[in-house]
Design a protein around this ligand. Structure first.
Ligand code: GAR
Length: 217
């Protein structure tokens, strides 16, 4: 049986689209059963509908600081659709610790940096200001702390001296679209397990590839 997944979005939903596309393969171990947006004008909603995925809008703004109130409505929608796993895809609203604990081990997030470096806002700008030569993206389990939690998968890209936050984000988003479906597939097929603060993957090996930057010709 395919695991039933909800994707939570706030914006354009390009990671959502990558997950929907991957999940359309017959042998993918999860199906995208629901997309929830906390913003009525999120571009991703139209993309989800066009792909034939059920959507719900649960506006978070009217709840103000009442996070638990918002989460109660969200949880009801998740229950109604029999959701087993959650993927956050650019979902720009913080959860209560209670909600993250209730979904611990079943809720993934993607962040455009090699965590634990550069959590929070403007990760691309943070990476450029730090002068790192490699950056990337991270899929991790959600815990109460923002952009932290056991790491399921990471992908790295080189950073060039000429990069702006925009060009770096364009490079990293390609990696995001590769690793998010791959990480969801591992979770849905029961291949990842959390040991303390660390996530381990059945049958995994270290890749022999190096990524070195800068390269000077
Ligand atoms: C993605 O780059 C994702 O990694 C980031 O928001 C973007 C959403 O784009 N998430 C975070 O920064 C979480 N802290 P998308 O709507 O096109 O998937």
């Amino acid at each position: 049986m395919k695991r039933r997944v909800a994707i939570l979005i706030s914006g354009r939903g390009s990671n959502m689209a990558a997950l929907i596309k991957a999940a359309s393969a017959p042998d993918f171990p999860a199906e995208i059963s629901l997309v929830v947006s906390n913003k009525a004008d999120a571009l991703g909603l139209e993309r989800a509908k066009a792909a034939g995925v059920k959507t719900e809008v649960i506006e978070s703004k009217p709840f103000g600081k009442d996070r638990a109130g918002f989460e109660a409505v969200l949880q009801a929608a998740l229950d109604q659709h029999g959701i087993e796993l959650i993927c956050l895809g650019g979902f720009m609203r913080l959860f209560t610790a209670e909600f993250t604990k209730a979904w611990y081990g079943r809720m993934l997030n993607i962040h455009p940096s090699l965590l634990p470096s550069f959590p929070g806002l403007d990760p691309h700008g943070q990476a450029l200001r730090a002068g790192v030569k490699l950056s990337g993206a991270t899929v991790h389990f959600v815990i109460p702390e923002t952009d932290a939690g056991p790491i399921v998968m990471q992908g790295a890209v080189p950073v060039s001296d000429h990069d702006t936050a925009e060009t770096l984000s364009e490079r990293i988003i390609e990696v995001e679209h590769r690793i998010y479906p791959a990480a969801l597939s591992l979770l849905a097929s029961g291949k990842v397990k959390i040991e303390g603060d660390v996530c381990k993957t059945t049958g995994s090996e270290a890749s022999e590839n190096f990524l070195i930057a800068p390269v000077v010709n």
